[in-house]
Design a protein around this ligand. Structure first.
Ligand code: ADP
Ligand code: MG
Length: 318
């Protein structure tokens, strides 16, 4: 007997409340939530469409993880702390094996960051997952794209290009490709940089998450701030896992044009300590990749010499 809508929500998405600021969660017409006094409410939403944002046949656990991760990454980029999520699911059928995996992936990440699912919607249709994330930030310390100033240093967290390389493997070998491959895992289970975002709040002059490829995202940050940037290609953080699998030029392509890294791109005032030194920029796992300039647009350099980078670049996605 197929699972009805009510039973589906009860079985997979209604859990005991775990936050005191949830006055009313899943089950009523709407949720009642208490925002801490003096803090701003931060809201973001992102949708994943099967065949566009994840491959048909992708492991359901990874779809559940990714749907929340992309939203948490937006809050990380604001320097915010996540609290509540809403989940709208459009499902072709009530496939219990799929739902179980999806809910496992979603709640494992939610629990890791203290996020409670407080509502949503469930309909029949093509496989589409929309999450809305809500959280808090001190408005004066929120990280925006618009605060970069000439002279600021430019930094990125983690490794770039691994997720795009993992996607390339999946496109080559199919959705069932070895899930213990570190690049494939990186694509399926990106970790949002919430702790870093919070640490940068009030310190970084601007920030955004890298979701559509470093170069395009940096252009967006520059446009929002009304500045230009110099990007040092030899400084791009490329992991051994990536470099051992692809020639250097292709690794650079993955890093500049590949998507789904979910690292943070941010700027620090010129007098702020850089990565490796004690202080804000001394947080581990950060790489200085350039600097903000007057003017507009992004100049790429190699060994200090300006080089042309084709805008299209890597195009498994085009
Ligand atoms: P309504 O018809 O009033 O919109 P629904 O039947 O859509 O009510 O939803 C009933 C309750 O279940 C609501 O509290 C809603 O927020 C919640 N809900 C529905 N789908 C989901 C889901 N996928 N995840 C979490 N909560 C859900
Ligand atoms: Mg509804």
């Amino acid at each position: 007997m197929p699972l009805g809508e009510f039973d589906l929500i009860e079985r997979y998405f209604r859990r005991a409340s775990r936050r005191r600021d949830v006055l009313l969660g899943v089950g009523d017409d709407a949720a009642l939530l208490e925002v801490p006094p003096g803090r701003a409410l931060v809201a973001a939403t992102d949708t994943l469409v099967e065949g566009r944002h994840f491959l048909p046949g992708a492991p359901p656990r990874s779809v559940g993880h990714q749907a929340l991760a992309v939203n948490l990454s937006d809050l990380a980029a604001m320097g915010a702390e996540p609290a509540w999520a809403l989940l709208s699911l459009s499902l072709p059928d009530a496939d219990e094996r799929w739902l179980e995996g999806f809910a496992d992936g979603f709640f494992a990440l939610a629990d890791a960051h203290g996020v409670e699912l407080v509502g949503g919607d469930t309909v029949r249709g093509p496989l589409v997952v929309t999450v809305e994330i809500l959280g808090f930030v001190d408005a004066a310390r929120a990280l925006k794209r618009s605060g970069a100033r000439p002279g600021d240093t430019l930094h990125v967290s983690g490794w770039l290009g691994e997720s795009a390389a993992g996607l390339a493997t999946l496109l080559r070998e199919g959705a069932g490709a070895a899930s213990d491959d570190p690049l494939v895992r990186r694509h399926l289970f990106a970790e949002p940089r919430l702790a870093l975002g919070k640490a940068l709040a009030g310190i970084a002059t601007s920030a955004m998450d890298v979701s559509d490829g470093l170069l395009g995202d940096l252009r967006k940050l520059c446009a929002a701030s009304g500045v230009g940037a110099t990007l040092e290609l030899d400084a791009l953080p490329l992991s051994e896992a990536l470099l051992s699998r692809y020639p250097p030029a292709e690794c650079e392509n993955f890093a500049l044009h590949g998507g789904d890294d979910y690292e943070l791109l941010f700027t620090l005032p010129a007098d702020c300590p850089g990565p490796g030194e004690p202080g804000a920029g001394g947080l581990p796992g950060l790489t200085r990749i350039g600097r903000i300039t007057a003017g507009s647009g992004v100049r790429c350099t190699r060994d200090g010499i300006e080089v042309a980078v084709s805008g299209a670049g890597y195009d498994h996605f085009g």
